[in-house]
Design a protein around this ligand. Structure first.
Ligand SMILES: [Zn+2]
Length: 292
């Protein structure tokens, strides 16, 4: 993918407060207890070095995770990465100022979009899935024996995990205390999360408002001919249709799900496109990529 100058998602494998812009939020699907168990499992791998973390564990032991639930969880994580790539796209297309690391700004947008485009129950599933993805990625990286890549453009996976947890919690702390506890958000960090979300919303909000105010359109351009029987492709097609129904970007943005040779996702400024890799979907669904 070197020729497209990608902005990739991963170095490893892959009132006022809580303002809502009057959009109709979306609904999705999945059993919360199952998601909690998945997270407990992943966090137990991830957070052993985090001395202060209280890792949630199920009093009932392992829960049954159906194929449908596993798929829905993977789709949620895939969507969170797409929203991250939308962050890169908006920064480029709208020539936005980035007062910090762009990769972090893109993660922040991902949380803002999850929070404001989805109803509470569904947005929580998506944040749990996204955080779980970073936990799993961190665990895999740690298992490889390699040191974290502190010299890379991305924040370490563990930090990205807490970006999702903290900001999402901070958007509605009263309603999300159990989520914060489940996902090992420390009390110290939790204290600042409402202000962190407020700042995130104030930073991205005016630019998102421009897109919403432009009304519906066809600025997200779906690449035709994709296998829409594939559940990740179908989900992305649905997302593109939804976003086109509520907003218009200042210039067309192409979106496709295709094989890239690695579990990743990219925004390409040269052709203004987002590419979501099928290998990333495989990895999220099965913990491995068949094509890698
Ligand atoms: Zn990125």
């Amino acid at each position: 993918m070197g020729s497209i100058c990608p902005k990739c998602c991963s170095t490893s494998i892959i009132g006022r407060f809580y303002r809502f812009r009057g959009l109709e939020r979306r609904r999705g699907t999945v059993n919360r207890a199952v998601m909690r168990y998945i997270f407990a499992l992943l966090l137990s791998l991830l957070l052993a070095p985090v001395a202060t973390a209280q890792v949630w564990s199920s009093p009932d032991g392992p829960a049954e995770v159906t194929d449908d639930e596993q798929l829905a969880n993977a789709q949620d994580a895939f969507l969170a990465v797409f929203y991250h790539e939308m962050g890169h796209a908006l920064i480029d297309i709208m020539e936005l100022p980035v007062l910090g690391l762009e990769e972090d700004a893109a993660d922040v947008l991902s949380v803002v979009l999850i929070n404001e485009l989805w109803e509470a129950e569904d947005s929580e599933k998506k944040v749990r899935a996204a955080a779980g993805f970073w936990a799993q990625s961190a665990a895999e990286w740690a298992g490889s024996g390699e040191a974290p890549d502190y010299g890379g453009v991305h924040s370490p996976d563990e930090r990205r995990y807490y970006t999702y947890v903290c900001l999402y919690y901070g958007a509605d702390p009263e309603a999300r205390q159990s989520l914060a506890a489940d996902l090992s958000l420390s009390e110290d960090r939790a204290e600042s999360c409402p202000d962190e979300y407020q700042l995130a919303n104030d930073s991205w909000g005016p630019y998102l408002d421009e897109l919403y105010e432009a009304g519906k359109g066809e600025s997200l351009v779906w690449v035709e001919g994709q296998d829409e029987d594939d559940p990740f492709v179908a989900m992305m097609k649905d997302e593109v249709d939804y976003l086109n129904s509520i907003l218009t970007l200042p210039k067309p943005l192409t979106v496709q799900v295709t094989s890239c040779g690695e579990a990743n996702a990219y925004y390409s400024p040269s052709d203004v496109s987002v590419t979501m890799c099928t290998e990333l979907a495989d990895w999220m669904l099965n913990g491995e990529s068949a094509d890698m």
